[in-house]
Each structure stands twice: as C-alpha cells, then as structure tokens.
Design a protein around this ligand. Sequence first.
Ligand SMILES: *Cc1c(COP(=O)(O)O)cnc(C)c1O
Length: 424
Amino acid sequence: MPMSENFKGRLYPVLNEIAEHFGTPFHIYDETGIRETGKSVKEVFSGISGFREYFAVKALPNPRILDLMKSMGFGFDCSSIPELTLSRQVGARGEEIMFTSNDTGAKEFMAALADGGSILNLDDITLISKLPKMPELICFRYNPGPRRTGNVIIGNPVEAKYGVSHEQLLDAYRNAHSLGAWRFGLHTMLISNELNYEYMVDTVQMLLELVEWISSELSIKFDFINIGGGLGIPYKPEDVPLNLGAMAENIRKRFDTFKEKNGYVPKLYMESGRYMTGPHGVLVVKAINHKNTYRRYIGVDACMSALMRPGMYGAYHHINVLGKDEEDKTTVVDVVGSLCENNDKFAIQRELPEIEEGDLLIINDTGAHGHAMGFNYNGSLRPKELLLKTDGSVELIRREETMADYFATLNFEPDTLTPTGKVS
Ligand SMILES: *Cc1c(COP(=O)(O)O)cnc(C)c1O
C-alpha cells in the first residue's frame, strides 16, 4: 500500500486550502507519520543491545526533519561536508554522526574529524594512511564480493565500488589497531529498497560471524555492527510491506546466540532513510494541460527536477487525484512535466480517473530521495517543501528555488589564466 489512509485523512480535507495558500507544486511531509514510524522502529528493536538508527541524511536533508529525528534520539548518516554541517546544525555531535563516504578526499576527513568529530566508516584499506590521525573508534565498510548476492536493486557486490574486500579486512583492522584505534565497528550495505527482511537477518549473521573471526585473530572487541540502510517501502499497491517486527525478532535471536558464545554483544546500528520518511511525503502538483496525440498526456506544473526516481530508475510512484475515486480508472495517460527530455514522466500509461485542468494530483511516497535528488537541467527550479504538523498547522520548511538561486553561480570574481607552459 502506498500513502496510508491516516495520512490521507489528515491531508485531503485541507489540501485545497494548503494549495491555495502556498501554491503548487510542493512536497508535503507528515510529522505524525514520521514520528509513528520512528517510534515503532525504536520499539521493535528495543530488545537488542544499544540499538540506534542513524537517519540517512541524503534521503530528506531538511533541518526541520533532522530536528524531528534528533528529538527521537536518532543519529545521522552523512557522506558529505554539507550533510555533516546540517547534522551539526541540529545539535548532533561525535558518535551521533556516522560518516560513510567513498572516494573520500582529505577535506572530507578533516571535516568529519573536526567540530566534535564523528564515527569514521572507511571504505578502503588505503584510506587508513590518508587520515590526519587515527581516531580511537574506527569502522570499516565491508564488501563480501562473491560471498553474497545483494538484491536486484543494489546488484552484485563484486561489481559494487563500495567497501573493503574480504581478503583485506583483517589487515584493515590490524593496521588501524597498530596505529592506535582501540574501539571498532563493522559496516555493510548490500540491499536497497528491499521488502524481504531475510536479507537483513542474513546480513546480521554475516557481520556477527566476521566479528567473531576478526576478534579471535586480532584479540580486539567490537563496539557495534552497522547493517546500513535499504529497508524497502511498498511503492505499488500490490507490494507487501516489510515485516519489521519479524526482522527485529530474528536479529535478536542472532544476537542472543552470539552473546551466549562470546560473553558480550556489539551494539546494533542501522541507517535507514527511505523507510523512515519515504511513505510520509507526497508531491502535490496541478494538472495544467491535456494533450491527445498518439497517447493521452496530462501535463502538470512540476517536472522531474522535483522527483527524479521515475525518470532515473523507471520507479513507480502511485498517483491519486484529489476528490476522485481511486477505483474509477477510466483513462490511461502519461503524466508529464515540461523538460525537453522524454523521460520527464511521473507515470507512464497509468490508469487514472478522468483528470481535468486544475485538478490536484498527489504523487505518493516522495518523502525520501525525492526533493533531494532534484537538479536544475533545462533551467528547472525545485519546488518548496512543507511540513504538515501534528497540531494540524502547515509550515513552509524550504522555499522554492528562484531565478536568483539559479543565476547565483554566475556571480563571481573574474579569473582568466593565460598558460605559459612553465609549471611542471
Ligand atoms: C543511501 C544510503 C543509506 C540509506 O538508504 P535507504 O535506502 O534510504 O535506506 C544508508 N547508508 C548508506 C551508506 C547509503 O549510501
């Protein structure tokens, strides 16, 4: 099921008023839904030692959303300096931030270690020598290669650019240990948008076995394992939601077994983005054009700069039409934006109720990897973001881009080099 009945119940009665006041298009996020998901994640994992969710900032990098996550006790998963800055602006410090980057540069390491620091998650063994200094706590991202298959979306680990290989793993910890690290974490991320929880249970099992192996070889203990993000959400009406309760229960059993054998357990960290906010956001657009050529088209007042997933991955986003019965599918249309790119389509050959100009379309599940992925190609400007708060009020949490924003990078000090060929 895409958008929940509860979210609809909170949004639909006031949507016309919101659209009139703020103007379309906009993404709107549901505080109540986000808080409910956060609460349920905490509850189902409460039986597992030191569980902590690190919200993947890239999914919805808005300070008001990060505030919400912080207030629920979550940390932040960052991979760039702006993401670190955002997280620190809402008050996160030190081990409340996990810095999981790849192809990392010196500036990124400096920023990750400055200003209260963060947990460094190194993507490669060669990065050890590039750190300004070895911190006391260090984590490595593991890539199992042919030992695991990953899921359809993330693909074959052998072809994935991420992580330390199995063969390098022991040396990575040995080197870090010899340089002064004495607390350790182990990270991996093998799936994306996966609805079958067994992948995650297998990942926990794999990480715990690695922890046993590395600990016994090097006489070190592990502070935590981090199973990454990748929990899926049901984008299509026929998708069966992830069974988070069963996932947590099965993970707990693996932890219990580990504890019996080893006398201690590492903490469990997770860094979900999509699962936390994805279903709790929608993109609201207005139908402004009808076109009947070889196909029927509905033109709306937003384009793929507001939501890249359909154009980029052929992703399905469910669409509702405000005030029209969802079951009344009387037309087949492509819902399109204005870019000069034929993949600028929110839906292709979709059965929908009859749409008139002026109708509001609600594009579901844009709460993660939605607004954040947008770009400016074709001079397209990204829409605003709103928060539907639990008290019923609606707050602007990011304005729409303006032409001045678009032209801002054309405002610079003139700089011209006439090369002399003398610098070697
Ligand atoms: C993107 C990403 C996440 C979040 O992924 P979701 O699919 O949104 O859960 C977590 N960790 C890392 C390292 C990522 O790259």
